[in-house]
Ligand binder design. Structure first.
Ligand SMILES: [Zn+2]
Length: 124
């Protein structure tokens, strides 16, 4: 079998483009797009339209399921750290860092710390 993924757009098959028309001659139907790679919605949707179709149907359920923001969040010195890097063309080296967007303090990071999604200096 192929490693092709199906677009998760609930109405993908209803957009009658030539590339969606598949099947044996005389019995072709418009079908959900199938590709090895999609560029929208974390590699799950073939187009912005399909991603938006999914949003309009499922966004309320998703928010209820994962929890809604019920109080305003505050950006403080304790949670203002973001990761970044500088590429030095002459030495061909990449230096990773974390910078506090409020205090502007910058600290070096190892590449491992930079790529670790859980690593942060933020405390809340
Ligand atoms: Zn689609």
């Amino acid at each position: 079998m192929s490693n092709l993924k199906l677009c998760q757009g609930p109405s993908c098959h209803t957009y009658n483009t030539k590339d969606r028309l598949k099947g044996p001659k005389g019995n072709k139907t418009y079908q959900t797009r199938r590709r090895s790679n999609f560029y929208y919605g974390n590699n799950n949707f073939c187009s912005w339209v399909c991603l938006n179709d999914w949003h309009s149907i499922y966004i309320e359920q998703a928010l209820d399921h994962f929890g809604r923001t019920t109080e305003a969040k505050h950006l403080t010195e304790q949670n203002a750290w973001v990761k970044g890097y500088d590429w030095h063309h002459i030495t061909d080296e990449c230096q990773h860092h974390t910078i506090n967007t409020i205090t502007k303090e910058q600290r070096p990071l190892t590449e491992e710390q930079y790529t670790d999604r859980d690593y942060t200096l933020n405390t809340n």
